[in-house]
Design a protein. Structure first.
Lengths: 245, 370
């Protein structure tokens, strides 16, 4: 089976600054792939190269079997993306956001209507369907944004710190949604700062200063670094002053 | 096409969701139209006149009386010294003074000639020029009267009299002249700002990223952004013309279809420029400054406030790239003169080319990937 994502020495430079430095990895189909790293390690830049928002400086990558240089627009049909910045229109209602994104992904009208019902019910948001998104609490908005990002049934969904600033209960619910999507065969590529969430991932890569410093299952990583938790693994790798030996 | 409609719907919902937008887009320009139409009047009335009458004769009083009766001048003072009159001008209490020398009547009667001195405050060149012209006309008129009285009726050399008739705006009504032009400016302002702020606003709040990861085509996005403002600006033009017709009695000599047909192309140019500005800037503030830069040039060089013919040749060349100048001219030609399609053929072709170029540029410069 073809991998969902491959990256081979993928690099992005901004002037003299190398944000992403020759990263190489593969994400399997249907996998929940955790993409960890400190702030500024290059996670968002890497995601933006994969989803077609940013042109790589060097290296190769393919997403859903398409080359990121030549077929960015074909990739876009097959992926969903939830950015770090809040991505819904705050001055539109829940319904209007669903209609709009469903519409520009080209879903048929009855399909949009069907999904609208299902999505709003699934989130328990019926009373708020006609409320402006800006009036919703952050956790709800993030869950809504995720549901909308996968409305067009993408093969792969990229989530850039989807649970930042969200309370633990909502984070738990959010991960249930991620698992449900993965069960349906969707590949999930997720960045996070929460180490408990790293434990939920199938495999985890940890980025340090633009490079991938480690990549394996949480279990194997803990064994490799003789650590009791992912938190320790992460600190071990990213602690300032640490250099690869 | 369907994708475009989804964007159009979203834009309309967003524009009118904010309660201030409706009055902002429709009411404010109409208020401006009504106010500006009254303000932008070239006729200079109320010129403050100071008379220095050293002669105090029958003729000198008659001349002063003619000035007052003209309606353009207000006699704000009189004195017997030129110095006093000069001081009045210095203080700004008088715009010009007329100095009638002693012996004015006597030399007029004896020698059939007499001198007068007219001093005009020329800080405001336009006003001074007009004041001078009005004053000269009054003096000439006075001259004619006196001559014919002295020589007796039917005598004297026949002189060449010029009788002018003003076509298309027979009463030299400034509303007729200005309102269509002001309307063009208002529609342009609203259109350019709405479109100029739009894409850049999505950049600021970050939603543009979410659009850019969708398979949407660049042209679909630009058309979807263009169409709502195009509809709004056309509606605005229709309302403005109605106001012009109801309040200002603007004649609709030519075809309204032609006006709206031209407006349809013209608005593509203005909105395309706005969207292009929106694609090159990063914040709404930047977009605002750039939009103003162009608007000021477009407006002041549109031929609305100063005739293009009186500009230096290089400036006239610049106005050839000014869409506002074209629309102002077309409005006046069609509404006041009744010009037809063939008369504005050149304007249509230029605007059409312009629209293609500007919108092409906007599509080209809109980047889904950085």
């Amino acid at each position: 089976m073809l991998p969902a994502i491959t990256a081979d020495k993928l690099t992005k430079r901004f002037g003299d600054f190398t944000a992403v430095n020759q990263i190489t990895f593969e994400v399997r189909k249907g996998e929940i792939f955790g993409f960890l790293g400190a702030n500024g390690a290059g996670k968002t830049t890497a995601i933006r190269m994969l989803n077609g928002l940013s042109r790589p400086t060097a290296g190769q990558a393919s997403v859903a079997g398409f080359d990121v240089y030549r077929h960015a627009e074909k990739i876009k049909r097959r992926i969903g993306y939830m950015s770090q910045k809040f991505s819904l229109y705050e001055d539109l209602t829940v319904r209007e956001n669903i209609q709009f994104y469903g519409g520009i992904y080209g879903l048929p009208l009855d399909e949009i209507r069907r999904q609208m019902k299902q999505l709003v019910a699934g989130l328990g948001m019926e009373p708020y369907a006609r409320s402006l998104v800006k009036s919703l609490p952050l956790g709800w908005r993030q869950k809504l944004a995720f549901s909308i990002a996968i409305m067009h049934r993408p093969e792969i969904v990229f989530l850039d710190e989807p649970t930042g600033g969200v309370d633990p209960i909502t984070r738990r619910q959010f991960w249930e949604m991620i698992y449900k999507a993965a069960d349906e065969g969707m590949t999930v590529f997720v960045t996070t700062h929460y180490m408990d969430e790293a434990e939920y991932c199938g495999r985890v890569s940890i980025m340090v200063d633009g490079r991938i410093a480690a990549l394996d299952t949480p279990h194997a990583l803990k064994a490799q670094f003789h650590a009791a938790s992912m938190n320790e693994v992460f600190l071990n790798l990213t602690r300032p002053g640490r250099h690869q030996s | 096409m369907r994708t475009v409609l989804f964007i159009v719907r979203k834009e309309f919902v967003q524009i009118f969701r904010h309660k201030v937008m409706l009055p902002l887009i429709f009411l404010m320009p109409i208020i401006q139209l009504v106010i500006l139409a009254h303000a932008a009047d070239y006729e200079v009335r109320n010129i403050n006149l100071h008379i220095v009458d050293h002669d105090l004769s029958q003729y000198s009083r008659r001349l002063a009386g003619k000035f007052q009766a003209s309606g353009n001048f207000i006699l704000t003072g009189s004195s017997f010294s030129s110095q006093a009159a000069f001081d009045e001008i210095q203080k700004g209490d008088a715009d010009l003074f007329l100095d009638i020398p002693a012996g004015f009547q006597r030399s007029l009667l004896r020698e059939s000639r007499a001198g007068l001195q007219l001093s005009v405050d020329a800080v405001n060149g336009v006003k001074a020029g007009l004041a001078n012209a009005y004053a000269t006309a009054i003096i000439q008129d006075f001259n004619e009267e006196v001559r014919s009285e002295l020589a007796g009726p039917g005598a004297g050399k026949p002189s060449l009299a010029i009788a002018s008739s003003n076509w298309f705006n027979p009463e030299l009504n400034y509303f007729t002249f200005m309102v269509p032009g002001i309307l063009v400016l208002l529609v342009t302002l609203v259109g350019m700002f709405l479109s100029g702020m739009n894409i850049v606003k999505e950049k600021e709040i970050g939603t543009i990223e979410q659009i850019n990861v969708t398979p949407i085509r660049k042209y679909q996005f630009i058309i979807g952004k263009l169409l709502p403002f195009w509809i709004i600006a056309n509606a605005e033009l229709a309302i403005g013309l109605t106001v012009g017709w109801l309040i200002f009695d603007i004649p609709f000599v030519g075809s309204l279809w032609l006006v709206f047909g031209f407006a349809a192309i013209y608005l593509l140019v203005v909105l395309g420029m706005g969207l292009f500005i929106s694609t090159v800037t990063e914040t709404q503030q930047q977009a605002m400054f750039i939009a103003w830069f162009f608007l000021i040039i477009f407006i002041l060089m549109s031929g609305l406030f100063t005739p293009i013919e009186s500009m230096p040749p290089w400036a006239q060349q610049i106005t050839k790239f000014n869409p506002v100048a074209y629309f102002v001219e077309v409005m006046r030609m069609v509404l006041l003169k009744g010009s037809g399609l063939m008369d504005i053929k050149r304007h249509i072709l230029v605007m059409g080319g312009y629209a293609l170029a500007v919108n092409g540029l906007a599509v080209w410069n809109y980047r889904k990937r950085s």
